[in-house]
Design a protein around this ligand. Sequence first.
Ligand code: HMG
Ligand code: MG
Length: 299
Amino acid sequence: MHDSSYVRIVEVGARDGLQNEKTLLPTAMKIELIDRLSATGLPTVEATSFVSPKWVPQLADAADVFRGIRKASGVAYPVLVPNLQGYERARDVGATEVAVFTAASEAFNRANINASIDESIERFIPVMERAKADGVRVRGYVSTVLGCPYQGKVPVTDVVRVARRLHDLGCYEISLGDTIGVGTPAAARAMLHAVAAEVSMDALAVHFHDTYGQALANILSCLEEGVRVVDSAVSGTGGCPYAKGATGNVASEDVVYMLQGMGMRTDVDLDALVATGAWLATQLGKTTESRVTRARTTH
Ligand code: HMG
Ligand code: MG
């Protein structure tokens, strides 16, 4: 039976986090990060991206990272693929789950993947076909769902259209991304409500960046609306290199702390997650963005 108190956390720190960090972590350290994350009880640990290394040099070692991680049983390790070339690279190293990504705004999509929304979806069709034949699960991301760094406002109808399209193509879950972290709780909730009228809530996830400090509040309003899958990044790292001004994702430690306080279940060991976040911040030579990790490690 569906347990409405369970929230699945999709940990994106090793991908969304590291793709935007100035400090390039050595491959062995990325592997250690992913292994530590999967030992905390996280059910999904996004591992890396098979995108163009010219566009995202931080993740140029995607194949070595993927090959090197311990594939813990019961943990999913999705990887981003922008096109068939990325899909093939991911399959060469044994990936069994991939994520395709597009946006609700044309200008952001052009800057991020050098394609219009329609062109990007055309590129996904062969990926979806191959994935279906290979038994590979495909997640879909829609970026800029609450605002675009180039066009500003993004009509909710555009978000609904793109989310629906990805779902119709066969993505088992659609992650709705506030790429630049400009959303506020009522807008986030209204956007989710509108998408859920077209795509079942069971197939939706939310993905908030914390640029304006609104991410936890946005997550809470979306939980109230019924979503049960939340993307977050340990230590609140990262952002998107093609979304100027965007800061990191909401910190996983802070999401787990909030959910525990609400009596919701994540099956994540918060102490282990805090230790991993503190360790990662040290490796990156910066202060963690997680308030929980700061509170627990500085006293
Ligand atoms: P393009 O330059 O238009 O691609 O880039 P192209 O097809 O013309 O190919 C150009 C070169 O790239 C060729 O190499 C290809 O082989 C190579 P060359 O002949 O010049 O040596 N190439 C590849 N190499 C490796 N792997 C591949 C690949 N594809 C082509 N898969 C492209 C188009 C999509 C490739 C590029 O724009 C790209 O890689 N963009 C990725 C940008 C990115 O990763 N952004 C961050 C992730 S999205 C995000 O963070 C948002 C999210 O978190 C949700 C949210 O917060 O909203 C998901
Ligand atoms: Mg993101």
